[in-house]
Design a binder for this molecule. Structure first.
Ligand SMILES: [Zn+2]
Length: 265
């Protein structure tokens, strides 16, 4: 399983793409998780063919996770995608996403490829992928996801503060990405993760590596310095490519402290 970090930024980041990853298996099946406003261009910059992404999974539909869908579908329409696309979303969040697809096609009403809309459930399979989902604590319902392919497991939180259910989903993952907006502790009823809570997760979940992402721009330098004191945590960054098939993937994630200098502008 390979993970391509398309974006690691918070909603209004001036330096990073909005948060999104691509998950690729050994058969070159590709999923896109979330699709905020800066994600389509990052995909085009990678020269990913219009038929390559088979599935888009939406953790939730805040605009920084969903509004790129119109532009991406429009590009696939313009360059004549033919392969069907599956979209996983929460049932109650489907209608706004369908409006984005309608915008991509307007004033026409027909796309040149099929879209198979699937509701997210607590556990399901897709081809040989085993998937489980759970709610985080966010201002909008958000489904964290755990993907197991063969021996490898990835966890991706989407937005929100960890819950007992999302923590259970993270347990023992080879790689986990947890939203961590803040360096300082946030209130227990907050809608976002923070560093102290993420360090607690690191101690309790036996993950092999924990990537913190969706960090507020002004928190990144502090977070990089803080996770530098840990062995398994890192601050995610745009353009990271992680191959879980490489047993030695962890050192490559660890800290490029030049990120701190680049971040100050
Ligand atoms: Zn959100």
């Amino acid at each position: 399983m390979k993970i391509d970090v398309i974006g690691s930024g918070s909603a209004f980041s001036k330096r990073n793409n909005t948060s999104s990853i691509r998950v690729i298996d050994s058969l070159q099946n590709q999923w896109l998780i979330d699709c905020g406003p800066t994600v389509p261009r990052a995909i085009w910059q990678r020269n990913i063919g219009v038929n390559e992404i088979k599935v888009i999974y939406f953790t939730h539909i805040h605009p920084d996770h969903s509004s790129g869908l119109a532009a991406l579908i429009n590009q696939w329409k313009s360059f004549k995608r033919t392969e069907p696309l599956t979209i996983f979303c929460q049932a109650e969040q489907k209608q706004p996403l369908q409006a984005l697809v309608a915008l991509a096609v307007w004033p026409e009403t027909q796309l040149c490829f099929e879209i198979d809309w699937q509701d997210i459930s607590a556990a399901f399979t897709w081809q040989h992928w085993q998937i489980r989902t759970a709610d985080t604590q966010h201002e909008m319902a958000n489904k964290a996801i755990r993907i197991t392919i063969g021996e490898k497991t990835l966890f991706y939180s989407g937005d929100g503060r960890p819950t007992a259910a999302s923590q259970a989903l993270m347990q023992g993952a080879d790689l986990a990405f947890q939203e961590c907006a803040s360096f300082d502790a946030l209130p227990e009823d907050a809608s976002h993760g923070d560093l102290p809570d993420c360090l607690r997760l690191l101690a309790e979940t036996a993950v092999s590596a924990l990537g913190l992402y969706h960090c507020f721009d002004e928190a990144i330098a502090h977070l990089v310095r803080a996770v530098d004191q840990t062995e398994k945590a890192f601050i995610s960054r745009d353009g990271l490519v992680i191959d879980l098939g490489n047993e030695d993937f962890l050192p490559g994630l660890m800290h490029d402290t030049s990120i701190i200098e680049r971040e100050i502008f």
